[in-house]
Design a protein around this ligand. Structure first.
Ligand code: GLN
Length: 206
């Protein structure tokens, strides 16, 4: 099977929007592939690339444990498949996370992305905003970032590349096969970030 199969973790959050953006990205690139919602360990183990969407990281972590997906997610990511973590997805991937106001909260994390996260780093729901960001290392000089109760990266480990900052805060990182953003690329019509991710999946498969 040469087709790419990209899974969107569908426990909670912006699943449909990521499905659409990924299909559009494949379409624009002329790449054959399928995009599916994944929940169970079997579904997770079958994909070539995975998107963990934005939503609520505490809930997503709890649901992953309840349905047995947590271990499969960790194994699959450690096996080297490309992963895109968005907002809550970025938090779930991290080694460490604390809330800007509440401090350390014990939430389940995948512990695969060597960063420390500050949750709700830009404020709460009412402080959500849009801003132009640049991700030059991804060949995306300008992107409209939608930030909703967005986290920021406070500290990065040695293997982590900073891809973008906003107001001095790190809002996009890459560590090998793992790409993560504080903002929501699926909530704009610009699919350039999803395209870069689809290319990562294609390259890792060939
Ligand atoms: N603040 C949310 C969390 O901690 C993330 C918000 C989002 O994904 N838009 O999970």
């Amino acid at each position: 099977m040469s087709e790419l199969d990209i899974g969107i973790l569908a426990l909670q959050g912006d699943v449909a929007e990521n499905l659409m953006s990924t299909m559009e990205a494949m379409n624009e690139l002329g790449i054959d592939g399928s995009v599916s919602q994944v929940k169970t360990p079997d579904q997770i183990s079958a994909v070539d690339g995975l998107i963990i969407p934005g939503g609520e990281s505490t809930m997503m972590g709890q649901l992953s444990i309840t349905n047995g997906a947590m271990n499969s997610l960790k194994e699959k990511i450690e096996s080297g498949i490309p992963v895109l973590g968005i907002c809550a997805g970025m938090i779930l991937l991290s080694k460490n996370s604390k809330d800007r106001v509440l401090g350390a909260t014990k939430q389940p994390l995948l512990d695969v992305l060597d960063v420390e996260i500050e949750r709700n780093s830009f404020g709460r729901q009412k402080d959500s905003f849009e801003a132009e960001v640049s991700l030059d290392a991804m060949d995306i000089p300008s992107f409209q970032g939608v930030f909703i109760r967005a986290p920021a990266v406070l500290r990065t480990g040695s293997g982590v590349e900073t891809l973008g900052k906003f107001n001095e805060k790190i809002i996009a990182v890459k560590q090998g096969n793992i790409l993560a953003t504080s903002f929501h690329p699926e909530l704009t019509r610009d699919v350039s970030l999803h395209k870069q991710f689809v290319k990562m999946v294609k390259d890792s498969k060939s």
